[in-house]
Design a protein around this ligand. Structure first.
Ligand SMILES: Cc1cc2nc3c(=O)[nH]c(=O)nc-3n(C[C@H](O)[C@H](O)[C@H](O)COP(=O)(O)OP(=O)(O)OC[C@H]3O[C@@H](n4cnc5c(N)ncnc54)[C@H](O)[C@@H]3O)c2cc1C
Length: 213
């Protein structure tokens, strides 16, 4: 099966928001393996299965092969869907949950929160998201509407008036005081995920699910 590009929006110079149509079966929080011009890569779906469109948030890598294909892409272009994978599911949001994400690692949680909203599920989620600048955070203005406590922490802007710097033990203790009772979901670049696993282990957190790239 194929997905067809409907819209391509640069929300920063290096980040794309892509909207596709296509009849693909996937679960909220999962990623699609897609192929074009002989290049296959995975992208987390940022929309819910019941949204009727498939959206991705892409960080363009200079010289990256699929990044180049996305930069040249125009509405109507198609990708073959060759795989569907994912470790996150709606079941993981049924209890007390904490989410730690960085960069495009935010995408699967938008899919999960939207699906929870469509199903009328009440969420008890504290979400810390690390980004270089606030305008690098996609879907700003949506997060609180999903009924989650969303805290962006901004690493590169010294004038940002909210939380700044990387996610560390102090921030987890401040925003997730009951961290021992929560299941943690962690997603983002592999270096970030490795750091978070070490951090959570040092805090004695036992239940976590991670996905990194
Ligand atoms: C399950 C899963 C879900 C994913 N979801 C997303 C998503 O939602 N959004 C998204 O943007 N990506 C996501 N990725 C990563 C994506 O699959 C590609 O790896 C990424 O887009 C780079 O592909 P490319 O072909 O453009 O670059 P490549 O041609 O693969 O890489 C070019 C070079 O850049 C290096 N490189 C790769 N990544 C980075 C980086 N982050 N910073 C600096 N250098 C890098 C590589 O080591 C390589 O040397 C996901 C990966 C997995 C496994």
């Amino acid at each position: 099966m194929n997905i067809r590009l409907l819209e391509k929006i640069y929300f920063t110079r290096e980040h794309l928001y892509l909207v596709f149509e296509g009849d693909v079966e996937f679960e909220a929080g999962h990623a699609l393996g897609i192929e074009r011009e002989g290049v296959k890569r995975y992208y987390s779906v940022a929309s819910a299965p019941s949204d009727g469109v498939i959206t991705f948030v892409v960080h363009l890598i200079p010289g990256g092969r699929m990044s180049g294909i996305f930069e040249r892409a125009e509405p109507g272009d198609e990708w073959k869907v060759v795989d569907v994978v994912g470790k996150f599911s709606l079941d993981l949001l049924k209890g007390k949950t904490a989410v730690l994400s960085a960069g495009t690692g935010i995408a699967p949680f938008r899919s999960l929160y939207r699906e929870a909203l469509h199903r009328g599920m009440e969420l008890d989620v504290i979400h810390l998201h690390s980004a270089r600048y606030l305008h690098h955070v996609p879907f700003l203005g949506e997060w609180e509407k999903y009924g989650v406590k969303f805290v962006p922490t901004i690493t590169r802007d010294p004038n940002y008036p909210g939380e700044r710097g990387r996610i560390d033990g102090e921030k987890v203790k401040k925003y997730v005081p009951d961290h021992g009772e929560r299941t943690f979901l962690v997603c983002g670049p592999s270096a970030f995920v490795g750091d978070m696993v070490r951090l959570l282990s040092s805090l004695g957190v036992k239940k976590f699910v991670v996905e990194g790239w």
